[in-house]
Write a protein that binds this ligand. Structure first.
Ligand code: SF4
Length: 364
């Protein structure tokens, strides 16, 4: 297949669905880790099309959603310091922290600028030598290599006013934490395509080896996901737990070695605070000491009061797959994309936004 329309072909989808209906006997719960998959599943109505004994669970794979309130508070506190320009991708602007958001801070006079790439942030640093420019490093393995490159570029350009607030997260330890918690039964895992393009499918090998749960790396179109579900169902029905790649046009076993190299050159692994999961060991990335002069945490005093969670918001439980947005009393009534209470309603990859925009009221 060469064109996007071919990955959305209705006849091909019907054929896969018919095979799934024929082959699937056992009740299964499949978790899609990635928020991009959650949105694609909702947008194409896959939940409604699958047999009712195949249940899809949404996982914690939305980097905006899993950013802990304390980390959002730190970004806001930085933005409120005089002489600092905070640059960020647009999806972080409306995310509520404990007491404010970057958008509100900007309305109150803070210099917060939306950028489309780190190149924009470097340009702003070059044009504002008297100010400090902080880039919010939020994202998974997909985003971290590009931000690592920006640090190397800042070094090359001798920019002394460019800093990164690294709140990056790496995904396999989060999945391990969910599996170790035993809170949800997972019979098969739809592994994230974009993350795997960098890490390689090998990042998920431990799940089949240690937890005996089938894993398939999926792309983001309707047929990608249906093919992935069929592969998982086939494994479940035949009692296998193997690692497979359905997204071969984007992912191989070893991943992108150049991206891994640049990420590992600039960052090192550290514990990270995940919304809903707390501190997960070895699940974050911080700047190595060699690049410490670009580290916003080292450069600036960032003092924030203890974080508060929005009252009644179930984002933490939603991100762990133990609740759905429909379990939240605020969903649709108080919390909407126009007036979001928690990050899962703000982010374009958030479960609550997907349920709100594309879901049926019965939650399928
Ligand atoms: Fe939080 Fe809103 Fe989702 Fe409820 S509906 S869990 S308040 S984001």
């Amino acid at each position: 297949m060469r064109y996007i329309s071919e990955f959305r072909n209705s006849n091909a989808a019907q054929a896969i669905l018919a095979r799934i209906a024929r082959e699937s006997r056992k009740p299964v719960q499949l978790m899609e880790f990635c928020g991009g998959h959650t949105v694609a599943i909702f947008k194409s109505g896959i939940r409604q099309l699958l047999p009712s004994h195949i249940k899809m669970l949404s996982g914690p794979g939305c980097p905006v959603c899993v950013t802990a309130n304390i980390d959002i508070d730190k970004a806001i506190a930085l933005a409120e310091q005089p002489g600092i320009i905070v640059t960020t991708f647009g999806d972080m602007l409306k995310v509520p922290g404990s007491r404010s958001s970057l958008q509100k801070a900007r309305a109150d006079g803070a210099d917060v600028r939306t950028v489309y790439s780190t190149s924009d942030a470097l340009k702003i640093a070059g044009e504002n030598p008297a100010k400090s420019v902080v880039f919010l490093g939020i994202g998974f393995e997909t985003t971290a290599p590009g931000i690592a490159v920006s640090v190397l570029q800042a070094e090359e350009q001798k920019l002394r006013n460019y800093f990164v607030l690294s709140q990056h997260k790496i995904c396999p330890p989060a999945i391990k934490a969910i599996l170790d918690s035993g809170e949800v039964r997972i019979d098969g895992l739809i592994c994230p395509g974009h993350v795997s393009a960098v890490t390689g499918a090998k990042a998920w090998e431990f799940i089949t080896r240690d937890y005996h749960i089938p894993c398939v790396v999926s792309g983001f179109e309707a047929l990608d996901i249906l093919q992935c579900v069929e592969m998982l169902v086939n494994q479940v029905e035949s009692g296998k737990s193997e690692l497979e790649i359905a997204y071969t046009r984007g992912v191989n076993f070893d991943g992108n070695k150049n991206a891994q190299a640049v990420m590992n050159k600039v960052f090192e692994v550290c514990p990270a605070d995940w919304r809903g999961m707390g501190i997960v060991p070895a699940s974050g990335l911080k700047l190595r000491s060699e690049y410490g002069r670009f580290d916003a945490e080292r450069k600036f005093d960032i003092i924030v009061p203890p974080a508060r969670e929005p009252k009644g918001c179930l984002c933490g439980a939603v991100l762990r797959g133990v609740k759905t947005p429909l379990d939240c009393a605020l969903f649709r009534k108080v919390c909407t994309p126009e007036s979001p209470v928690g990050p899962c309603m703000v982010s374009s990859e958030g479960s609550c936004a997907a349920y709100y925009l594309y879901g049926d009221t019965d939650g399928r």
